[in-house]
Design a protein around this ligand. Sequence first.
Ligand SMILES: [Cu+2]
Length: 345
Amino acid sequence: MSKNKTIVIVLIIVLIFFGQKLIKNSKKSPAELTTVNSNLEAEKAMEAIPEDGVAMATENNGLQALGYKMDKDVKVFSLIAEPVRWKILNDVTVTAWAYNGMVPGPLIRVTNGDKVRILIKNNLPEPTTIHWHGIQVPNNMDGIPEETQKPIEPGETFTYEFVAKPAGTYWYHSHFDSDKQISVGLSGAFIIDPVSGLKSKPDIDKVLMLNEWRVIDGQTYASMPATGMDGNYFTINGKAYPETETIEAKVGQKIRLRFIGSGQMIHPMHLHGFPFKIVATDGNDVPESAQWTKDTVSVAPGERYDVEFTPDRPGKWMVHCHIPHHNTNDHEEPGGIMMMINVTN
Ligand SMILES: [Cu+2]
């Protein structure tokens, strides 16, 4: 074979090799391109959530009130973290990592000053911890792996114990590999009521947790927007529209909505028909003279906004995120973070 022929053949082989690599890589997210073969942990976090052997949820709704047992003057709650198949729509099921088999996890509701003990059993394939977001707990109950506690290994149970204070809207969530664990369902709401109840005395009091999901070819991935793994489903309390709850209300009833940014994206929440007052931010009451009247409030990850309003006329009034893409189910509108308030006379 001549020298020239050999060079041409070698060139063709090299071109085929790199061409195939290019085609392969074109299907990957930008983050996968930068991390593959260079950061195994990041690569692992971006894999589909394993669904083999994961049972279908027996609960239909998240945020169900969690019961407790009294041990002297301590309210004792139990949580189990484990994978579950969860319907965010009638025909879309995600593989979630959930507390007590529901998404979001159960609602823990206590009174200011209550002593609480929360047992968390880890039935996940990975370690975990719980952080009590905004609650003024002792440092060793704060849930930061390696800093304030050892991670809770699979099969282990850990006990959190603290005095629940001050009154307000809080939430709890995993603080271990949170980029993945929060994104696939490990969060719930924690409400601490004032000893003599809310001064504003709402007739309807609803917690609304806002999340994003990534489902590709039926498989669930943690929605990590900063890495190019954007969500394609968006939920209120674990359901996308039209499966989101409808709030039934009467004209003249005071409605309190407690928005919790429990995902990784900002959701500007807009109410049709009525302005609302922002009565509490991140668990802290806003003095009446400082309460803003608005019809849209941006709820960033971690934030809580309690808003109140009293409908003066009947109708089907929508509450939704005002990023239009978040009103879609896998790019089809309407869907996502939308719900109705049905006001009747
Ligand atoms: Cu949104």
